[in-house]
Design a binder for this molecule. Structure first.
Ligand code: SAM
Length: 271
């Protein structure tokens, strides 16, 4: 997308995670500033495109598993990203056309595309909230969320490749607790998160430095830090793994080495 084609209200001078991710996935909904930031990250972590692709594959496997094997029919997907093939409602509604999905993102350009593209099957429903993860109470009390999801029944909360944009000062653990509070037992949580654990100390230092230069706050977290998100929840097999190795039997593509992707994934439920 060139800058002249930008919808009004979009800040084209600041890189945004959704448009950078879109660039890595081969999309066209990004500006020069996003591409520059994306290339800066790639200069310190050269396989970032593969990481984006594998993260997206994990997301689809997780939604299929939840819908097909855990009976989940309601999804709250925070950090939706720009719509692309295999959105959450498409994967879930293939298994049950009655599946209902609320999408949430804070990038206005996602909002523009979401209204047009995130259209549900007639039996199910989708809604889109323009909201920030750092305002969990606003999300959980939003009238459109309550018009779409029945919070007396299990919901899968999806936080896929978003929590690493929260710094420690944002209190990501406290935010997750606020999101979970209104959800009933039997609800599920899906999280992926970038890590430096699979990298050598030199690679780790390069990745951190490149992220700092890229203009988007980013926090790699260790296995212990990632595991803390699941406190009080029951992890489902295979537990916490690289996204590459999570239920790999359901992945038709060859599995790349974990250090090239550097992301943890896990799925758990509220007992
Ligand atoms: C890397 S993309 C991941 C997209 C999708 N979840 C996936 O895994 O394919 C991260 C998304 O989170 C959104 N995001 C980042 N920080 C956010 C925040 N504080 N509140 C809401 N959305 C946010 C970005 O706009 C972007 O669309």
């Amino acid at each position: 997308m060139d800058n002249e084609g930008a919808p009004p209200g979009i800040d084209q001078t600041k890189a945004h995670p959704s448009r950078r991710y879109n660039y890595w996935l081969g999309g066209k909904d990004n500006f020069a500033v996003d591409r520059e930031s994306a290339e800066t990250v790639a200069s310190g972590f050269p396989t970032v495109r593969l990481a984006a692709v594998e993260n997206r594959r994990f997301l689809k496997r997780a939604v299929s598993y939840l819908a097909a094997e855990r009976g989940i029919r309601q999804f709250l997907d925070i950090g939706t990203g720009l719509p692309s093939a295999g959105n959450v409602h498409e994967v879930a509604q293939e298994i049950d056309p009655g599946a209902r999905v609320v999408y949430v993102d804070n990038d206005p350009i996602v909002l523009v595309h979401a209204r047009a593209l995130l259209t549900s099957s007639p039996e199910g429903a989708t809604a889109y909230l323009d909201a920030d993860l750092r305002e969990p109470d606003k999300i959980m009390s939003h009238p459109e969320l309550h018009a779409t999801l029945d919070l007396t029944r299990p919901v899968a909360l999806m936080l896929v490749a978003i929590l690493h944009f929260l710094t420690d000062d944002d209190d990501p653990y406290g935010i997750l607790a606020r999101l979970l509070e209104p959800l009933p037992p039997g609800s599920h949580v899906v999280i992926t998160h970038a890590t430096g654990d699979y990298l050598t100390p030199e690679q780790y230092a390069e990745a951190v430095a490149a992220n700092e230069r890229s203009g988007v706050p980013f926090r790699l977290r260790s296995r212990d830090e990632f595991t803390r998100f699941f406190n009080g929840l029951e992890l489902l097999p295979p537990g916490i793994t690289s996204v590459v190795e999570w239920r790999p039997e359901d992945a038709p593509e060859a599995r790349p080495p974990v250090d090239k992707v550097s992301m943890y994934g896990g799925v758990a439920y509220l007992p």
